[in-house]
Design a protein around this ligand. Sequence first.
Ligand SMILES: C[S@@+](CC[C@H](N)C(=O)[O-])C[C@H]1O[C@@H](n2cnc3c(N)ncnc32)[C@H](O)[C@@H]1O
Ligand code: SF4
Ligand code: SF4
Length: 366
Amino acid sequence: MNDLSFNNLKKGFYLLGKNFLFYISRKINYPLAPPDTLQLNINFNCNLRCVMCHMDKKKVLVKKELTLEDLEAFVVQAKKMGIKNVLILGGEPFLWRDLFKLIVFCNEEGLDTTVITNGVLLNQNMIKKIIQSKLPHIHISLDGATSETHDIIRGKGVFNKAVNNIQLLNAYKAKNNTQFPTIGTTFTIMKHNFHELSEVVKLAQKLGIDGLNFQPVVIDNTEPRLRSKSSSVWIEDDDLNKLDTVIDKLIELKKQSRENYVFIENTVSNLNLIRKYFKRMLSPKAQPCYAGFNRLHVTQIGTSYLCDVSFGDLKKRTLKEIWFSKEAKEQRKKIKNCQTPCMQFCSYRSEFYMVKNQLGKIFVRK
Ligand SMILES: C[S@@+](CC[C@H](N)C(=O)[O-])C[C@H]1O[C@@H](n2cnc3c(N)ncnc32)[C@H](O)[C@@H]1O
Ligand code: SF4
Ligand code: SF4
């Protein structure tokens, strides 16, 4: 009964209506609805060197780091455009000195903020500051269910640090009697870890994480359209049958209970597409790409960004001017005709996935 409460239904209809506007926007190549999210890529710096990540090599592009004032101005402009969410990432955002001031500012502006982190730098002091800042959501990346796997990808000792810090954060939340920040996690699927998909769900649930999202690896995360046959992170041809078995198990786990159905944030159809993606059988049209409509990106070098093209100087033009600019329009056309088989999370609308999961869970018995 609770699932079908008036408020949930109202929220569901609102999101479906909003999704319809996005659908039409994409058809006519003109944004009728404000983007869901302002994505702030605040730095390239990182304390880790994960095997699949190429952020570090882009550091040379930064002539002058974005300041707190720059970012606050973008937040104000985004709010005026009707944007409701802010996503802060990098690099590693906890290395950026004014992160807490930025979080507090976003809160004061009434935006719902998420920070994505590798979780390694969170110590008691940082966690106290997180709670004090009233950060609504944190995402801590977990790329393995065991230290062997996670550490091959992210470096020695990283798994234990991330897991301990999740536990510490939960202990502080309990002590302060708050459910915030909610803790989400993303698991980037690749050659080294695909065998642990179901195990990481169980681990995340044991750790008291609120939801888990699976994201298949791209060959270069600074150039999302790049596809090449040889890559050290792609699942090997000989393992693709095993991937099928692992995804079957994951879907079974998702359908096992209503709690699991929502906890695993990917929809069943999205999980099925992941196998096609790694087999290089994914059709470019398998999922509509909403890059260019759903998110307004600010890059580390103070430009905007749609898919893999950086354009517009945010010191000279407002976010709104850039969003409705000729360059953005041209880029949207290219995005619509994109021939890259792609499952990047920036290309889909997570709110719609949420609605699909909420509706789908009604049909799960337990
Ligand atoms: C670039 S990181 C920045 C935030 C933070 N440093 C972290 O690791 O969570 C954001 C997300 O991108 C993912 N990522 C990194 N390289 C990737 C790749 N080649 N393909 C897909 N996702 C990738 C990470 O696993 C992480 O979940
Ligand atoms: S994935 Fe995150 S933690 Fe890993 S190197 Fe990239 S930015 Fe750093
Ligand atoms: S599908 Fe969208 S996000 Fe993915 S490569 Fe194409 S344009 Fe870029």
